[in-house]
Design a protein around this ligand. Structure first.
Ligand SMILES: Cc1cc2nc3c(=O)[nH]c(=O)nc-3n(C[C@H](O)[C@H](O)[C@H](O)COP(=O)(O)OP(=O)(O)OC[C@H]3O[C@@H](n4cnc5c(N)ncnc54)[C@H](O)[C@@H]3O)c2cc1C
Ligand SMILES: *[C@@H]1O[C@H](CO)[C@@H](O)[C@H](O)[C@H]1NC(C)=O
Ligand SMILES: *[C@@H]1O[C@H](CO)[C@@H](O)[C@H](O)[C@H]1NC(C)=O
Ligand SMILES: *[C@@H]1O[C@H](CO)[C@@H](O)[C@H](O)[C@H]1NC(C)=O
Ligand SMILES: *[C@@H]1O[C@H](CO)[C@@H](O)[C@H](O)[C@H]1NC(C)=O
Ligand SMILES: *[C@@H]1O[C@H](CO)[C@@H](O)[C@H](O)[C@H]1NC(C)=O
Ligand SMILES: *[C@@H]1O[C@H](CO)[C@@H](O)[C@H](O)[C@H]1NC(C)=O
Ligand SMILES: *[C@@H]1O[C@H](CO)[C@@H](O)[C@H](O)[C@H]1NC(C)=O
Ligand SMILES: *[C@@H]1O[C@H](CO)[C@@H](O)[C@H](O)[C@H]1NC(C)=O
Ligand SMILES: *[C@@H]1O[C@H](CO)[C@@H](O)[C@H](O)[C@H]1NC(C)=O
Ligand SMILES: *[C@@H]1O[C@H](CO)[C@@H](O)[C@H](O)[C@H]1NC(C)=O
Ligand SMILES: *[C@@H]1O[C@H](CO)[C@@H](O)[C@H](O)[C@H]1NC(C)=O
Length: 569
């Protein structure tokens, strides 16, 4: 007999009234097919609360203490199905039903004393996927029952695309890693040095594996992003991308189960149409990826510049001018990095240490004049750099954070005095108007020799030098009005960016969740073909996500927890 926890049961009765409701026997049958790896799920912090999904519950102090300790740690969140890095995607924002702790102080008891815990956006059932057969069983189940499903790897998504639905496929435990110096894509006749990465593997594991194998993998600026998940399928930028390309440029092969229930090996030689779609058309659209294989580089040393000072109302503009005035030259020299009004952490594999020091001298001088700090040094590998600089500087998690961004074309913003001034003015306006800092990423494939037509990301990537983004944090207990006000700030800033660079685009993974005209912004001319391929590989529309190719639109029941922010999407 199939057992449902009391809280889950009460919740299900309420929630699925208008959706498909498989019988308990059918769920139990799925559970048997997936080897007992079907689980029910409550929100991460449920053990702290005395009311869960409207039903009295006995808190578990031991478990609650563990959640408090891990609340803002990516490694803790990454291994818990019901945790997402941006906790608003654990909640139902439109109904303000949530189960969150105070991210500023996770031990603050008012979080659970003053609030009830609600299931929010957490799927009540998930499969801990460990094989291709698990995925085939789940696809067949949703096809037959009409249950909505989602796919989660790390829970890094900024748009809620790994949340919602009544069944989720949790990919985290597909953790295989292998390296071949002579990888041959199936059906192909060319060899590459390549790493093959299971769908759940976080970048921190990829990087230490690469170090052990004396190779370099080009990847993201965070420990727990899943390399083969949402990162690569939608673009995947790295601060090594200026030379070595985006994730989509480097991927050689995917193993995927498409939503017509077929297991496929996809590369330039077989299923090339789908390969193109998976090189930018984004995740959770065409199927469930089991692994990807990516081109690797030899082990390389890096010149690193790390500069920071205390930001004031008076000193930000001068530093931003230095960044804008130098970035074209820095791009030509092979630098990539993350920068802001009072900091930068940039890397360069091409220059000597002396050349690197000379290259960034104006930024160093500026910071030192502000009594800041500056280091320009040589490190032996990406892993050494990552451990020393990134793990302490990467974007925080466990805090409700909204993102907005845009790709900034090289011409005229880095090539022309008026363009440069307009760009500096925009960034200063963000700081002055909303106290929001630009988060600049020099991570576009600026020097990379791209072969036209091989990827489906917006072509704006190919003529841009920067992505400018920004973060807007929401308090864990923000009211609906406050949330709307904060999204309005995000919309205002992104609209300034669109006005500055109307013909550019944005990175699907890191854009404003309410970006208007999203098909053009994220995919440009590639959208029509992507939509044809969506129809081909997901003929029954089993998979849907917010603003994904061929989605059902904001009015669909699946999106009832998103806010009613009227833009033209
Ligand atoms: C703190 C932080 C730092 C970041 N830094 C970078 C960065 O340096 N560079 C960069 O390019 N991006 C960065 N991102 C953005 C990141 O690339 C996206 O959030 C990406 O979607 C994460 O993919 P994931 O699979 O790890 O996350 P998830 O939230 O688990 O999934 C994201 C999307 O992929 C789908 N998905 C996941 N696995 C699969 C699968 N196996 N098959 C099919 N669909 C799947 C999900 O359904 C969802 O739609 C960052 C994000 C955060 C929160
Ligand atoms: C699935 O089966 C396993 C093993 O029999 C069991 O432990 C688990 O609770 C079941 N899952 C659900 C959702 O009932
Ligand atoms: C409380 O949580 C701890 C840690 O997960 C677990 O070992 C223990 O069995 C739980 N206690 C109860 C009463 O459920
Ligand atoms: C690989 O195969 C393609 C055709 O599929 C052919 O054009 C090409 O010459 C081959 N390359 C090598 C190195 O054999
Ligand atoms: C989904 O169901 C349809 C019939 O409704 C069937 O033709 C199709 O093969 C099924 N697809 C999968 C993946 O099971
Ligand atoms: C590691 O790779 C580098 C670059 O290819 C090479 O010079 C070096 O000899 C290798 N080291 C080992 C221990 O294999
Ligand atoms: C940056 O360039 C602009 C335009 O050439 C110039 O006016 C400005 O003084 C420069 N700023 C710095 C800090 O070099
Ligand atoms: C830097 O420190 C010196 C010595 O303490 C001080 O005189 C100067 O005002 C400081 N400059 C800035 C920009 O803070
Ligand atoms: C920057 O601010 C921090 C925190 O207020 C302070 O400890 C530090 O001394 C400041 N540094 C400089 C260079 O002013
Ligand atoms: C691009 O191609 C040119 C010409 O072959 C070559 O000189 C350059 O090094 C290549 N750039 C990169 C980043 O590989
Ligand atoms: C949110 O929580 C903080 C810290 O506990 C508290 O000071 C604040 O009043 C709360 N805000 C709302 C809207 O409940
Ligand atoms: C957003 O911009 C509009 C139009 O300029 C303005 O009326 C509104 O006050 C701004 N919203 C916020 C929160 O600043």
């Amino acid at each position: 007999m199939f057992f449902l926890g009391i809280a889950i049961h009460g919740f299900l009765l309420r929630r699925v009234a208008s959706s498909a409701t498989p019988s308990a026997e059918r769920w139990a049958q799925l559970n048997q097919t997936v080897g007992g790896r079907l689980h029910t799920s409550l929100p991460l912090a449920a053990s702290c609360f005395s009311t869960v999904n409207g039903i009295p519950s006995t808190p578990n102090a031991t478990e609650c203490a563990l959640v408090q300790q891990g609340y803002t740690k990516p490694d803790f969140r990454s291994v818990h199905y019901s945790a997402h890095m941006l906790p608003q995607w654990e909640t139902c924002q439109s109904t303000v039903q949530r189960c969150l702790l105070n991210s500023d102080d996770p031990s603050d008891p008012t979080a659970w004393e003053d609030n009830e815990c609600w299931q929010g956006a957490i799927s009540p059932y998930y499969v801990d996927v460990q094989s291709e057969d698990d995925v085939l069983a789940a696809i067949s189940f949703v096809n037959e029952t009409g249950v909505q499903f989602s796919i989660k790897a790390s829970g890094h998504d900024y748009k809620g695309r790994s949340s919602f639905g009544s069944l989720s496929l949790w990919m985290r435990n597909l953790d295989s890693l292998s390296y071949s110096a002579e990888f041959v894509p199936e059906g192909g006749n060319v060899t590459y040095p390549a790493i093959t990465i299971g769908a759940g593997v976080p970048f921190e594991d990829v990087y230490s594996f690469a170090e052990d194998n004396n190779i370099t993998v080009v990847g993201g600026y965070h420990q727990t992003i899943a390399a083969s998940g949402g990162w690569v399928q939608a673009g995947g930028h790295s601060i090594l991308s200026p030379i070595y390309g985006l994730g989509v440029d480097r991927v050689l092969q995917y193993k995927i189960i498409t939503l017509d229930g077929v297991s496929r090996t996809v590369n330039a030689f077989q299923n090339p149409d789908l390969f193109w779609a998976l090189r930018g058309g984004a995740a959770s659209t065409f199927g469930v990826v089991l692994e990807s294989s990516m081109l690797v580089e030899p082990q390389m040393s890096l010149r690193v510049a790390s500069i920071s000072f205390n930001q004031t109302a008076d000193n930000a503009r001068g530093f931003l001018e230095i960044l804008v005035n130098n970035s074209y030259k820095w791009g030509q020299e092979g630098w990539g990095g993350h920068m802001g009004p009072a900091s930068l952490i940039n890397v360069n594999p091409l220059l000597t240490l002396e050349e690197a020091q000379a290259s960034v001298q104006s930024a160093v001088d500026y910071a030192l004049a502000q009594n800041g700090t500056a280091v320009v040094e040589d490190l032996s590998s990406w892993q050494t750099f990552f451990a020393k600089y990134v793990e302490s500087a990467e974007a925080g998690v466990g805090v409700q954070t909204i993102l907005g961004s845009r790709l900034i074309p090289t011409d005229p913003f880095f090539t022309d005095d008026d363009g440069q001034k307009a760009l500096v003015d925009l960034m200063v306006k963000m700081v002055d108007t909303y106290a929001v800092n630009p988060y600049i990423i020099q991570g576009t494939p600026f020097l990379y020799n791209y072969t036209e037509g091989t990827t489906s990301v917006t072509p704006a990537w190919r003529n841009s030098l920067w992505q400018i983004g920004f973060h807007e944090n929401m308090a864990y207990n923000a009211t609906l009005d406050t949330m709307y006000a904060q999204y309005e700030i995000v919309n205002n800033i992104t609209s300034w960016m669109r006005e500055l660079a109307p013909n550019s685009g944005a990175y699907f993974n890191e854009a404003n969740p309410y970006e208007p005209d999203h098909e053009v912004t994220f995919w440009g001319d590639n959208y029509a073909t992507l939509l044809e391929l969506k129809n081909k590989y997901d003929p029954f529309r089993l998979l849907d996500c917010w603003m994904c190719v061929g989605w059902k639109g904001a009015a669909d029941e699946r999106y009832s927890c998103y806010l009613d922010i009227s833009t033209d999407y």
